[in-house]
Design a protein around this ligand. Structure first.
Ligand SMILES: Cc1ncc(COP(=O)(O)O)c(C=O)c1O
Length: 402
């Protein structure tokens, strides 16, 4: 545990506090990541690096597992997974029994899509900017079972919170059974007012699923306060954890209404809570230890501090882009309508050449959407980025925007 202990010590001894403005503190946080210094990594919405402490813990348990894969040695993983479950619950403000460990957001969403009873004619409200795992998956279910899928357009950018609420409310009919939206969209970074949309779902007696891919580990999410029925997120994005690990939350009284999509050895009626949704055969036990370490890392810094810093970085990027000539910012300039995902287009250069140039000239690692209403370049900074890096990214964009 030397690596982990050293990291905890370093962060606890960091200069200043974790307030968003204490650059020295965040520079020290950055040093905990094995990122290549020559890369300007601004793609948290896709994949985040894991900190050295998380990597060390992962490797330690991988070695342990591989050095002795006996049933006897593996017995220790069950209590470790339960400890991780308790931490996931506490991070999200819910009970451990309401958490299933899935492989990613996609699998979490599809567990709901496939698992709840719906009949022909039942309606599901989505948005056009839902991720395919929460949009195309419903369309496939519609083909199979004759349910009706209604995807309401996501405004770019939204004018107000009320516009987002109304767009969902207006689609509700007496046949609405599910409302499934994205907490923060990966396309243009719209932050949907989750609590208000849950209210709409409650009144319609509909299931409310929230895609948390862009909020788990990014925002200080309290699912009990939000009130949704289910929520899914991935460890490899904002939680800065291992690849192919994720969390599916299902509200306690809703759990009996979800059919498990996979049933194999280890499944039984006596499994408690959401555990019945995570029996996939042999699991990668050391990965769950790494997931716990990722939660520990977030809690070490404090989720409110993580959110505040992440938002400050994103706001710096949005403002820098908005003040620049030759750039159209697609993300809302109102901080209440956006979080960590920043999308923009250049007036004089197409998306692909700009994306290529930013990487070849500046090693600026971002994401791009070539076509459609969300077309553009996407920057998504996280706590391992410094303000100086955001400024460097803005300068690099300016250089090619003119
Ligand atoms: C909003 C949203 N939902 C779901 C996903 C799918 O995540 P994963 O590939 O980890 O399942 C993504 C990935 O970027 C996303 O942005």
């Amino acid at each position: 545990m030397a690596g982990w202990a050293a990291m905890v010590q370093a962060i606890q001894a960091a200069p200043g506090s974790a307030s968003p403005a204490h650059e020295d503190y965040w520079k020290l946080v950055k040093r905990q990541f094995p990122l290549d210094d020559s890369v300007l990594y601004l793609n948290a919405a896709n994949v985040c690096p894991a900190s050295r402490g998380v990597l060390d813990r992962h490797l330690e348990y991988l070695r342990d597992f591989q050095s002795n894969p006996s049933f006897q040695n593996r017995l220790k993983y069950e209590p470790l997974a339960e400890r991780a479950r308790a931490k996931a619950g506490s991070l999200l403000g819910v009970e451990a029994d309401e958490i299933a460990f899935v492989r990613n957001t996609s699998e979490g969403a599809c567990t709901i899509v496939k698992g709840i009873d719906l009949k022909a004619g039942d309606e599901v409200i989505l948005t056009t900017h839902n991720h395919p795992s929460n949009l195309d998956s419903w369309k496939i279910r519609a083909r199979r079972d004759g349910i009706v899928v209604k995807a309401v357009p996501t405004p770019i950018p939204p004018k107000s919170k009320q516009e987002l609420i109304d767009s969902i409310a207006q689609a509700v009919t007496p046949k609405t059974r599910v409302i499934s939206v994205t907490h923060v969209t990966s396309t243009t970074g719209v932050e949907y007012p989750a609590k208000e949309i849950v209210e709409i779902a409650r009144k319609a007696n509909a299931w409310m699923h929230l895609d948390g891919a862009q909020t788990l580990g990014a925002l200080d999410v309290n699912l009990r306060e939000i009130g949704c029925d289910s929520y899914a997120g991935s460890a490899h994005k904002w939680p800065m954890g291992p690849l192919e690990a994720g969390v599916l939350y299902v509200k306690r009284d809703r759990i009996p209404q979800v059919w498990p999509s996979i049933v194999t050895a280890g499944w039984s009626d006596s499994l408690v809570g959401a555990r019945k949704l995570e029996v996939f055969g042999q699991r990668d036990n050391p990965r769950l230890v790494a997931l716990e370490a990722a939660f520990d890392f977030l809690m070490l810094i404090g989720m409110p501090n993580v959110e505040a810093r992440m938002r400050a970085l994103a706001q710096r990027a949005i403002q820098g882009l908005a003040e620049m000539g030759g750039v159209k910012v697609k993300t809302s300039l109102d901080p209440k309508l956006a979080a960590g995902v920043v999308k923009f287009e250049l007036n004089k250069m197409a998306v692909k050449p700009a994306y290529d140039l930013l990487y070849s000239r500046h090693k600026m690692a971002i994401a791009s959407t070539p076509t459609g209403d969300a077309s553009g370049l996407r920057i998504s900074p996280h706590i391992y980025n410094t303000m100086e890096e955001v400024d460097r990214a803005i300068a690099a964009v300016k250089e090619i925007a003119g």
